[in-house]
Design a protein around this ligand. Sequence first.
Ligand code: GLN
Length: 595
Amino acid sequence: MTPERILSNLANVSDETEFYTPMPEGYEPGQAKYVIVFGTVMSGLGKGIFSSSLAKVMQDKGFAVAPIKLEGYLNRDSGTLNPYRHGEVFVLDDGMECDMDLGTYERMLNMDLSRLNFCTSGQIFSRVLEKERQGSYLGHDVQMIPHVTGEVKYHLRELAAKSRAGIVFVEIGGTAGDVENAYFIEAVRQLGFEEGPGSCCYVALTYVVEPPTLGEQKSKPAQLNIKQLMASGVMPHIIACRAQHPVTAKVREKLALYSNVPVERVFSMHDVKSVYMVPEMLRDAGIDSAVLDILGLSDKTDGDRERQARQVWNNYITRYRAADTPVTIGITGKYTSLRDSYASIIQALEHAGTHLGARVSIEWIDSTVLTDADVADKLGCVHGIIVPGGFGVRGVEGKIACVRHARENRIPYLGLCYGFQIAVIEFARSVCGLTAANSTEIEPACPHPVIDILPEQKEIEGLGGNMRLGGHDIELTPGSRVMSFYGESEGARLRFRHRYEVEPRYIEQLEHAGLVFSGRAPHQPIMQVLELPADQHPFFIATQAHAELTSRPLKPDPLFVGLVQAAMAFSGTAGKCTASAPPAVTPAPDPVTSN
Ligand code: GLN
């Protein structure tokens, strides 16, 4: 049966039908294929890395791809989530605050995504309840099936229609058997039925355990959880096994037997050094051919395009492997015990390091225990410093001490968002003599509020929905250092997520004392980049933006490149490392959910 037939059949069903399949405008049945990735056994298997790598391989072959993450939680976005618990909040160009996996998709696919690429249960239920109030359900009682599942299918098809994607990659958050994602699984089961055979490729990502006491791989947890997925009505076409070591033939055969998936479609996805090596690993294993086969797309690939794309990508991997100049960057933050809180910064440093032939190590410095007295000791081994984004009072004085140390000792410094504001506070205190300077986020009644709440945000109250968010153009000052990094013709457009800014009445005083504001918001007095001139400091640059979010492997962010380059030069001149080994840090999570 063709997709058209199935969908027209749905239009002719009885009044009492359980089918509820609203079609977005412009959606042509059968126009898109879907690859749907489910997690089994446990979370944290790198589902986003797997899905984005598979999407990249298909993109290389010439298909227009659109990824989407379906997230089970009831929050409408990730804006109020604590990075200590959930990893960094990734911000899209249109201002959507979302899961860090969206960052993986943007980097892997080298494309800007939008709010259509991220869908939470909170969004789905809000829309259903809104429609209910508008009487859109024509007197029916509103149910999980078909109305909530109908909304999920609508969202997926809307993404396909608006992005004009040939293949939509759907990543379902959580694992099979979770209460939160059960209706997402049901929705994609229905989608496969409605769109017809050959329209959806279901992939179960699973985990093969290898208990050290046994010394062999065991497939039972994978078997059982895949069975649970099958009990939801989803028969996987492909099983991808995450594992520490290559998965043995015996284990793959066992999984095949229990799941009706031919053994040639049970793949081993063991650990690799860089996430950017996964696309090539998928090709080597043959997952791409299996997907093309299942979706009937084998004759639609563009071999030349794929060869070219592979070459560019493999050049990156070759450079990554060859990068060997050791350089250490210190990152001072309060979530240093959870690397996921700074996922994009770690990535941006890898991109810049690979570009420059540097092997960047990161020294995590807990700002909550850093003081003026021990900053020199704790930062004694680093060649560059980043103060990243952050919120709230905890750890701020440690960050100020860190910026002072970088400025006075000419250690390369890159401030990102909060790190920009901290640099202004430090400069105001140490150089302008405003010893009581602060941000009103930290000290609401401080005598010199050099950082204050954005005027347009003063009106809005409550957490969520009151930040300056998303991509904004930055007007760079001609002749400035930052302009030389971004290039005159290109200009800069970076992502923002902040409530506070430099208070305009202090700008003149700060500039008079030598701080250069070299990037501003066009038509608004919002300072977006600061720097110290080259004759005063080898690299002291900070931005109100999150430059890390838009760094891509094939196009590293210029400020990160600048920092790593300056750090490489600094490491050549730095004396012997004097610091004592930093203590293990396990900062407590903040009591509030504002991150
Ligand atoms: N807390 C600061 C503000 O709200 C900085 C935010 C950030 O670093 N993302 O403006």
